[in-house]
Design a protein around this ligand. Structure first.
Ligand code: SF4
Length: 992
């Protein structure tokens, strides 16, 4: 390889570091390069892995970005290039393990067993459960990227007790946006920084879209774009913002409500957009009764196009031109019509109605900037000025692209209108118990500005937008949990009414995590954070086997860490563990492994096949769908086996129908074979590129036996560019909707009207108020449902605030993911540990000095639930009422094969000890009703960022180490341990 000319700087000199040149001191001939996809975070950049022959086959020598990859275009971050050290982590597990008979859980005493014994144990146990009561098996997974497979496994097993990590990550972001605009930030959509002029980022530090976001921000700033960051803390992306607006955690919803107040008051809204593309003009029934708060509709099925998912297009509007009521579509938007957005009206049958927008205007009427100032800490004048800036940018700096498109009602728009204000938000909004309504208020505000799938605004990524509500119902029928029978629906989905909840006739939860119950009706991603607590309480029943994949539930992936560790070992009156059998699959000896009865050693991302699929979480771009794969670039270490292969093997041995052919023969040889040949619908598979028997069809086509090879030849990625007239306004763009249906991304081709007003939420509220004939919540939950299921966005204080003494605990405490690390995976990475080996509590100097805590001093942080001792760093980049730290750096002493005296355990700490997974609960009469999950009452999203704390200096005689200190168990048999030889190799010496 030689340096390419385009690397020369303008004066003709070579750059200091030439990323395309072979690493110094290597023999170029001995190096081979293989492309695959990074998984050092969820961003999924394309990488090139440079390999050199070692004693036991190819070894990773170097990792850089793939310049031809659409996501990162060659850019790589510190984490990505440090994947090499993940391969040789001393904490790597290498063989299956069984807890030694007679040893205690948590003691970490294991004996090695073969995979054949492992499969025999699992097959015997799981087939017994499946043949008797399948719900007694629960499968919960961490930050994996194969939920299409894990979900299928659970469904075929016949258990509803399945979820991935979304419930404790950002389901509020997903659900709040999807129930409002049909798509979301995250992998599903984002800001169009190529054309935006103003970018407002809220509650985001490091992201799921890390390198692409940094590339886009860099270009945006160079073009002169203005970047405002609203966040309690100025770190990460915010560090390069033109303006930082500090805000108190959990109050973003109040800011959005005040911004909507200002936008509506001063008419800085896109009225034609609201009239045509949202439900803002649709008439809502005002009269009390079972139709109260629902849309009035024309019962004639011939009126309007067919149903939009479960949300039919038969609503009514008031036409101000003719002064009469008419069908919203198509009459209400015909030329010459002008649907009313304000006022109240009376239908022919005497029903009083008002447009949804009128109700929104009333909802925000009291939400003045002064009201929001008292909640958010942002001056009223700044809120007013921000409203002017976003409104004027959207409307007065609008532009038109010469792209004609035709909407779902046959109108051809000669151009595509750009609304150049883009927003982006993530966990800072989502990880609060008021997050769903906060995210909804942001989505509705964006809709008022017309900046949905518009150039310069928020843009969808295929397969989004979905219907509102998405046409995926979660399994919900207790009668359908039957021995040896797959479920008749997937365990996860999007409920559209109380009738779709997963509950028993008495209203009690069907699932172990209580997802989709009256406690958290729209918990679309499940509630992993409550599984262990509920299973130990046998609430609503006792499990037999809990399988956990890639989640460190005994440390940084759980709230209330010390109590959860105790629960994992708790025994019932019968002397048996409350969770009788615990299976842990992980690539590393994390703190969780000690609690396993059976340990399955997983591979790293460099040792296995993986798919980033349109059936799951693809890596699509704004201009079209993109999917990608990982291929093994090195052989698995020891006996490590990909979890995907474990599931395929178990599914075949358990003879799940989808995995078994005629006369019980297994259908799929292995995971790659499954990926190529499994088709949920004809022509649709896990991968969309190079389909058809000869690989000449894309998006849809017959299975191609050479599909893996073709991905490998093409850098492990497939990208499809939509036609230009299909790239925008996709909620209503008929050409796109037809195309998306044809390719299997949607069931229907009808438009997706934005939900300014959510009649879905109102259905739950009506049930809680006893106004409907169908399912009703239990008495103690009626007021809760009635309060939070407001069909219009609103702000309320996080639930923890109601049960904490805000004077005793005056500070908000939050965590962030550091840019150099992703969860606990990287805080044991030898290179990345050189960036962060421990964390501080970052405190504004005013707050720290008032508490008598010096910069670098030790302090106690106390919440109502627990306390930690840690070191403080003064920082003016945090608002004075908030303290924060990096997450997942603190470790148990000696865990992950770090030295027992390592910084991670002596100076590193977890904020998790201060957070409870449950809160006390009182019913509508103020009577105690036990406890309830510390989560959003709508979606079940874990309220990680709600905790209230106080700080005080540690006493001089106290040890200068963090509290609590926990000792990790001994190394598991076969764990890689210190790898001096490998470290020497990477110091630049040749192995031969
Ligand atoms: S941003 Fe994430 S996926 Fe991309 S190179 Fe860095 S760690 Fe890998």
């Amino acid at each position: 390889m030689t340096a390419t000319p385009n690397l020369l700087s303008t004066d003709g000199r070579l750059p200091l570091h030439n990323p395309l040149a072979p690493p110094a001191g290597t023999d170029d001939q001995a190096t081979t390069v293989k492309c695959t996809t990074c998984y050092m975070c969820a961003c999924r950049c394309g990488i090139r892995v440079h390999l050199r022959e070692g004693e036991n086959g190819p070894e990773v020598r170097y990792i850089d970005g793939n310049p031809d990859h659409p996501i990162n275009k060659g850019v790589i971050c510190a984490k990505g290039s440090s994947g090499i050290m993940k391969q040789v982590s001393p904490a790597r597990l290498t063989q299956p393990l069984r807890r030694k008979p007679g040893s205690e859980r948590g003691a970490g005493e294991f004996e090695p067993i073969s995979w054949e014994e492992t499969f025999a144990i699992l097959t015997e146990r799981l087939s017994r459960i499946r043949a008797t009561d399948p719900k007694k098996f629960a499968l919960f997974t961490g930050r994996d990227q194969m939920q299409a497979l894990t979900g299928l496994f659970a469904r075929q097993f016949g258990t509803p007790n399945y979820a991935a990590h979304g419930g404790f990550c950002s389901v509020n972001m997903a659900a709040g946006m999807i129930y409002s605009v049909g798509g979301s930030f995250w992998e599903f959509g984002g800001p169009d920084l190529d054309r935006a002029k103003l970018f407002v980022m809220i509650g985001t530090a490091e992201d799921h879209h890390s390198n692409p976001m940094k590339i886009a921000l860099s270009a945006f700033k160079r073009r002169g774009g203005r970047f405002i960051s609203i966040n309690p803390v100025r770190t990460g992306y915010s560090a390069i913002a033109d303006e930082w607006i500090p805000i108190k955690p959990g109050t973003d919803g109040a800011l959005f409500m005040a911004l909507m107040h200002e936008l509506i008051k001063h008419d800085r809204i896109d009225r034609p957009f609201l009239q045509r593309f949202t439900n803002a003009p649709q008439l809502v029934v005002l009269d009390e009764g079972e139709r109260e708060g629902l849309f009035a509709f024309d019962p004639d099925p011939a009126k309007g196009p067919p149903g939009d998912g479960r949300n039919p297009h038969n609503k009514l509007v008031w036409d101000t031109t003719s002064g009469q009521v008419m069908a919203a579509y198509p009459e209400g938007i015909a030329d010459g019509r002008s649907p009313a957005l304000t006022g109240t009206y009376t239908l022919a049958d005497g029903t009083r109605v008002a447009p949804a927008f009128q109700l929104l205007s009333q909802q925000v009427a009291e939400c003045t900037p002064e009201w929001a100032q008292a909640i958010t800490g942002i001056a009223a004048g700044r809120i007013r000025a921000l409203a002017v800036e976003i409104g004027d940018t959207a409307l007065k700096q609008a532009f038109e692209l010469p792209i004609a498109w035709t909407d779902a009602w046959g109108k051809t728009h000669p151009t595509t209108v750009g609304r150049p204000v883009a927003f982006h938000a993530m966990r800072g909004l989502a990880a609060h118990s008021n997050g769903f309504q906060t995210v909804r208020s942001l989505a509705v505000m964006m809709s008022l500005l017309g900046t949905i799938d518009a150039p310069g605004g928020f843009r969808h990524k295929a397969p989004y937008p979905r219907h509102i509500v998405p046409n995926y119902r979660a399994f919900n029928d207790p009668e359908q949990v039957k021995p040896n029978t797959p479920l008749n629906a997937a365990p996860l989905g999007f409920p559209a009414s109380p009738e779709e909840l997963a509950i028993h006739a008495d209203g009690s939860p069907l699932r172990i995590d209580h997802a989709f119950s009256w406690e958290h009706p729209l918990s679309a991603h499940g509630m992993m954070h409550n599984v262990i607590t509920n299973a130990v309480k046998a609430d609503p029943y006792r499990l037999d086997t809990l399988m956990i994949f890639m989640a460190n539930m005994a440390w940084n992936s759980t709230m209330n860490t010390m109590a959860v560790r105790e629960m994992l070992n708790r025994r019932g009156d019968d002397g048996e563990y409350q969770i009788p059998f615990l299976v842990v699959c992980d690539a590393f000896q994390s703190e969780m492994v000690a609690y396993a009865d059976l340990v399955l050693p997983d591979t790293t991302y460099l040792e296995r096949h993986d798919v980033m699929s349109m059936l799951d979480r693809p890596i699509s771009e704004f201009d079209g769908p993109v999917d990608s794969v990982r291929v093994p670039v090195v052989a698995p270490l020891g006996q490590c086996k990909p979890f995907q292969e474990v599931l395929i093997e178990l599914a075949s041995r358990l003879k799940f129908p989808a995995f078994t052919g005629a006369e019980g023969a297994r259908k799929f040889k292995d995971y790659p074979d499954f990926v190529v040949n499994f088709q949920p619908q004809p022509g649709i598979g896990f991968l969309m590129g190079w389909r058809g028997e000869d690989g000449t069809e894309h998006l849809r086509g017959a299975p191609n036996p050479k599909q893996w090879e073709m991905y490998e030849k093409n850098g492990c990625v497939f990208q499809y560019h939509l036609r230009e007239d299909q790239q925008y306004m996709r909620n209503w763009n008929q050409s796109y909707l037809d195309f998306a249906k044809e390719k299997g991304w949607r069931q229907k081709n009808d438009p997706v009207q934005l939900a300014i007003y959510s009649d879905v939420l109102q259905l739950f509220r009506l049930a809680a108020q006893g106004k409907t004939a169908g399912r009703q919540p239990p008495e103690h939950l009626r007021e809760r449902i009635s309060t939070y299921f407001d069909p219009l966005p609103f702000w309320y204080p996080p639930l923890e605030s109601a049960c904490s003494d805000l004077y005793a605990y005056p500070l908000n405490a939050i965590t962030q993911r550091p840019m150099a690390m992703y969860h606990s995976w990287d805080s044991q990475n030898a290179w990345l540990r050189q960036i962060h080996s421990h964390n501080y509590l970052h405190v504004n100097p005013v707050t720290a000095l008032a508490a008598g805590i010096a910069d670098g001093g030790w302090c106690w942080v106390e919440s109502r639930w627990g306390k930690v001792r840690c070191m403080v760093r003064h920082s003016e980049a945090v608002e004075p009422g908030t303290v924060w730290t990096w997450n997942a750096i603190g470790k148990a002493s000696g865990a992950w094969q770090l030295d027992p005296g390592a910084d991670e355990s002596r100076k590193g700490f977890l904020l998790n000890h201060l957070i409870s997974e449950e809160l006390p609960f009182t019913d509508g009469d103020g009577k105690s009703a036990g406890t309830i999950s510390n989560s959003d009452p709508i979606t079940g999203q874990a309220g990680w960022y709600d905790v209230r704390v106080r700080i005080r200096p540690a006493e001089p005689e106290e040890p200068e180490e963090t509290f609590p200190q926990v000792a990790a168990p001994p190394p598991a048999p076969g764990v890689l341990g210190k790898a001096q030889k490998v470290l020497t190799y990477f110091a630049g010496r040749k192995t031969r």
